[in-house]
Design a protein around this ligand. Structure first.
Ligand SMILES: C[S@@+](CC[C@H](N)C(=O)[O-])C[C@H]1O[C@@H](n2cnc3c(N)ncnc32)[C@H](O)[C@@H]1O
Length: 206
Protein backbone atom coordinates (compact mmCIF):
# COMPACT_ATOMS: atom_id res chain seq x y z
CA UNK A 1 0.00 0.00 0.00
CA UNK A 2 1.33 3.45 -0.92
CA UNK A 3 1.69 5.70 2.11
CA UNK A 4 2.06 9.41 1.44
CA UNK A 5 4.81 10.57 3.81
CA UNK A 6 3.53 14.13 3.60
CA UNK A 7 -0.13 13.38 4.24
CA UNK A 8 0.21 15.22 7.55
CA UNK A 9 1.79 18.32 6.02
CA UNK A 10 1.00 21.41 8.13
CA UNK A 11 -2.12 23.22 6.93
CA UNK A 12 -3.59 26.60 7.85
CA UNK A 13 -6.57 26.57 10.22
CA UNK A 14 -9.98 26.70 8.51
CA UNK A 15 -11.86 29.99 8.05
CA UNK A 16 -10.49 33.53 8.18
CA UNK A 17 -6.75 33.79 8.91
CA UNK A 18 -5.33 36.35 11.29
CA UNK A 19 -1.56 35.92 10.74
CA UNK A 20 -0.78 37.32 14.22
CA UNK A 21 -2.99 34.68 15.83
CA UNK A 22 -0.81 31.92 14.35
CA UNK A 23 1.90 32.90 16.84
CA UNK A 24 1.83 33.30 20.61
CA UNK A 25 2.12 37.02 21.35
CA UNK A 26 2.50 38.92 24.60
CA UNK A 27 -0.77 40.87 25.13
CA UNK A 28 -0.59 44.33 23.61
CA UNK A 29 2.78 43.66 21.96
CA UNK A 30 2.79 44.76 18.32
CA UNK A 31 3.83 41.95 16.03
CA UNK A 32 5.37 42.30 12.60
CA UNK A 33 4.44 39.40 10.40
CA UNK A 34 6.12 38.82 7.05
CA UNK A 35 4.99 36.30 4.44
CA UNK A 36 7.05 34.41 1.89
CA UNK A 37 5.09 32.93 -0.99
CA UNK A 38 6.77 29.74 -2.21
CA UNK A 39 9.72 29.44 0.23
CA UNK A 40 10.87 26.15 -1.35
CA UNK A 41 13.79 24.89 0.78
CA UNK A 42 13.11 27.70 3.20
CA UNK A 43 16.51 29.14 4.06
CA UNK A 44 15.39 32.74 3.53
CA UNK A 45 12.99 32.31 6.45
CA UNK A 46 15.68 30.87 8.74
CA UNK A 47 18.16 33.62 7.90
CA UNK A 48 15.56 36.38 8.19
CA UNK A 49 14.57 35.22 11.71
CA UNK A 50 18.20 35.31 12.72
CA UNK A 51 18.86 38.87 11.50
CA UNK A 52 15.66 40.42 12.88
CA UNK A 53 14.64 39.15 16.32
CA UNK A 54 11.38 41.17 16.26
CA UNK A 55 9.84 39.64 13.19
CA UNK A 56 7.55 36.61 12.67
CA UNK A 57 7.70 34.71 9.38
CA UNK A 58 5.02 32.81 7.59
CA UNK A 59 5.53 30.67 4.49
CA UNK A 60 2.92 29.32 2.08
CA UNK A 61 4.42 26.52 0.00
CA UNK A 62 2.35 24.54 -2.48
CA UNK A 63 4.65 21.49 -2.32
CA UNK A 64 3.69 19.45 0.73
CA UNK A 65 7.10 17.85 0.97
CA UNK A 66 8.95 21.14 1.33
CA UNK A 67 6.32 22.71 3.59
CA UNK A 68 6.73 19.71 5.92
CA UNK A 69 10.52 19.64 5.84
CA UNK A 70 10.89 23.39 6.39
CA UNK A 71 8.23 23.60 9.11
CA UNK A 72 9.87 20.68 10.98
CA UNK A 73 13.26 22.30 10.60
CA UNK A 74 11.96 25.57 12.09
CA UNK A 75 10.65 23.63 15.10
CA UNK A 76 13.94 21.75 15.55
CA UNK A 77 15.81 25.06 15.51
CA UNK A 78 13.54 26.45 18.23
CA UNK A 79 11.71 28.92 15.95
CA UNK A 80 8.19 27.48 16.14
CA UNK A 81 6.86 30.47 18.08
CA UNK A 82 8.24 32.82 15.41
CA UNK A 83 7.85 31.02 12.10
CA UNK A 84 5.62 28.48 10.37
CA UNK A 85 5.35 27.12 6.84
CA UNK A 86 2.04 25.72 5.67
CA UNK A 87 1.31 23.49 2.71
CA UNK A 88 -0.99 25.83 0.84
CA UNK A 89 -1.56 27.31 -2.59
CA UNK A 90 -1.05 31.02 -1.89
CA UNK A 91 -3.60 31.91 -4.57
CA UNK A 92 -6.31 30.02 -2.67
CA UNK A 93 -5.15 30.85 0.87
CA UNK A 94 -4.60 34.62 0.63
CA UNK A 95 -8.27 35.52 0.10
CA UNK A 96 -8.88 34.10 3.61
CA UNK A 97 -6.31 36.43 5.22
CA UNK A 98 -7.55 39.45 7.18
CA UNK A 99 -7.13 42.81 5.45
CA UNK A 100 -4.08 44.90 6.45
CA UNK A 101 -2.52 42.01 8.37
CA UNK A 102 0.99 41.62 6.87
CA UNK A 103 4.05 43.88 7.00
CA UNK A 104 6.04 42.47 4.08
CA UNK A 105 5.32 39.92 1.34
CA UNK A 106 8.27 38.29 -0.42
CA UNK A 107 8.20 36.54 -3.78
CA UNK A 108 11.67 35.17 -4.42
CA UNK A 109 11.99 33.63 -7.89
CA UNK A 110 8.30 32.76 -8.03
CA UNK A 111 7.89 31.82 -11.68
CA UNK A 112 10.90 30.03 -13.11
CA UNK A 113 9.13 29.12 -16.38
CA UNK A 114 9.58 31.58 -19.17
CA UNK A 115 7.69 30.10 -22.13
CA UNK A 116 4.44 31.67 -23.30
CA UNK A 117 2.55 28.42 -22.68
CA UNK A 118 3.46 28.65 -19.00
CA UNK A 119 1.72 32.00 -18.61
CA UNK A 120 -1.33 30.38 -17.00
CA UNK A 121 0.79 28.83 -14.25
CA UNK A 122 2.23 32.13 -13.08
CA UNK A 123 1.89 32.76 -9.36
CA UNK A 124 2.04 36.53 -9.61
CA UNK A 125 -0.85 37.78 -11.73
CA UNK A 126 -3.62 40.33 -11.45
CA UNK A 127 -5.72 38.31 -9.02
CA UNK A 128 -2.93 37.63 -6.55
CA UNK A 129 -1.86 41.27 -6.78
CA UNK A 130 -5.33 42.47 -5.78
CA UNK A 131 -5.15 40.17 -2.74
CA UNK A 132 -1.66 41.43 -1.89
CA UNK A 133 -2.97 45.01 -1.99
CA UNK A 134 -5.65 43.97 0.50
CA UNK A 135 -3.63 41.87 2.96
CA UNK A 136 -0.60 44.19 3.25
CA UNK A 137 -0.79 46.91 5.87
CA UNK A 138 -0.74 50.47 4.49
CA UNK A 139 2.92 51.17 3.61
CA UNK A 140 3.61 47.40 3.91
CA UNK A 141 6.21 46.18 1.41
CA UNK A 142 6.01 43.91 -1.60
CA UNK A 143 9.37 42.52 -2.71
CA UNK A 144 9.87 40.45 -5.86
CA UNK A 145 13.06 39.06 -7.37
CA UNK A 146 13.82 36.85 -10.35
CA UNK A 147 16.69 35.88 -12.63
CA UNK A 148 14.44 35.98 -15.73
CA UNK A 149 14.67 39.45 -17.30
CA UNK A 150 11.33 39.12 -19.15
CA UNK A 151 9.58 38.12 -15.93
CA UNK A 152 10.97 41.18 -14.16
CA UNK A 153 9.65 43.39 -16.96
CA UNK A 154 6.22 41.75 -16.70
CA UNK A 155 6.12 42.10 -12.91
CA UNK A 156 7.15 45.73 -13.17
CA UNK A 157 4.39 46.51 -15.70
CA UNK A 158 1.83 44.64 -13.60
CA UNK A 159 2.64 46.10 -10.19
CA UNK A 160 3.42 49.63 -11.41
CA UNK A 161 -0.07 49.76 -12.98
CA UNK A 162 -1.81 48.53 -9.79
CA UNK A 163 -3.46 51.38 -7.90
CA UNK A 164 -2.74 49.77 -4.51
CA UNK A 165 1.04 49.97 -4.93
CA UNK A 166 3.74 52.58 -5.37
CA UNK A 167 7.48 52.18 -5.78
CA UNK A 168 9.56 52.72 -2.67
CA UNK A 169 11.93 55.71 -2.97
CA UNK A 170 14.77 54.77 -5.32
CA UNK A 171 12.68 51.97 -6.86
CA UNK A 172 10.95 49.98 -8.05
CA UNK A 173 14.18 48.45 -9.43
CA UNK A 174 16.81 48.03 -6.78
CA UNK A 175 20.29 46.54 -7.03
CA UNK A 176 20.17 44.67 -3.73
CA UNK A 177 17.62 44.38 -0.92
CA UNK A 178 17.88 45.31 2.74
CA UNK A 179 16.44 42.13 4.32
CA UNK A 180 19.76 40.58 5.44
CA UNK A 181 18.84 37.09 4.17
CA UNK A 182 19.03 35.25 0.85
CA UNK A 183 16.69 32.70 -0.66
CA UNK A 184 18.30 29.43 -1.89
CA UNK A 185 17.65 30.34 -5.49
CA UNK A 186 19.03 33.83 -4.98
CA UNK A 187 22.20 32.43 -3.40
CA UNK A 188 22.64 30.02 -6.34
CA UNK A 189 22.11 32.80 -8.90
CA UNK A 190 24.73 34.94 -7.19
CA UNK A 191 27.19 32.01 -7.04
CA UNK A 192 26.60 31.30 -10.74
CA UNK A 193 27.11 34.95 -11.66
CA UNK A 194 23.55 35.32 -12.99
CA UNK A 195 21.89 38.73 -12.90
CA UNK A 196 19.13 39.08 -10.30
CA UNK A 197 16.32 41.56 -11.02
CA UNK A 198 14.74 43.02 -7.88
CA UNK A 199 11.59 45.10 -7.45
CA UNK A 200 10.41 46.80 -4.28
CA UNK A 201 7.02 48.45 -3.73
CA UNK A 202 4.85 49.52 -0.85
CA UNK A 203 1.11 49.57 -0.38
CA UNK A 204 -0.22 53.07 -0.74
CA UNK A 205 -1.32 54.60 2.53
CA UNK A 206 -5.03 55.34 2.24
C1 LIG B 1 11.57 28.54 -8.18
S1 LIG B 1 11.01 28.07 -6.61
C2 LIG B 1 11.79 29.31 -5.56
C3 LIG B 1 11.93 28.85 -4.13
C4 LIG B 1 12.46 29.92 -3.16
N1 LIG B 1 11.55 31.06 -3.07
C5 LIG B 1 13.83 30.40 -3.55
O1 LIG B 1 13.96 31.55 -4.03
O2 LIG B 1 14.78 29.63 -3.41
C6 LIG B 1 9.29 28.55 -6.57
C7 LIG B 1 8.56 28.01 -5.35
O3 LIG B 1 7.22 28.47 -5.34
C8 LIG B 1 6.37 27.39 -4.99
N2 LIG B 1 5.03 27.70 -5.50
C9 LIG B 1 4.64 27.70 -6.81
N3 LIG B 1 3.34 28.06 -6.91
C10 LIG B 1 2.90 28.28 -5.64
C11 LIG B 1 1.65 28.68 -5.09
N4 LIG B 1 0.59 28.90 -5.88
N5 LIG B 1 1.56 28.82 -3.73
C12 LIG B 1 2.63 28.58 -2.94
N6 LIG B 1 3.84 28.19 -3.40
C13 LIG B 1 3.97 28.07 -4.74
C14 LIG B 1 7.04 26.20 -5.62
O4 LIG B 1 6.61 24.97 -5.09
C15 LIG B 1 8.50 26.49 -5.32
O5 LIG B 1 8.88 26.02 -4.04
Amino acid sequence: MHVDPYERAPRLPEGPIDPQALFPVAPGAPTRVELEIGPGRGWFIVERLEVDPEVKLLGLEIRRKWATIVDDRLTKRGHRERARVFAEDAKLALPRFLASSLDVVYLHFPDPWWKKRHQKRLVLGTELLVELGRVLKPTGELFIQTDVAERADEYESLVSAAPAFEALPGGPRIVDHPYGARSPRERKAIEDGLPVFRLRYRRRDG
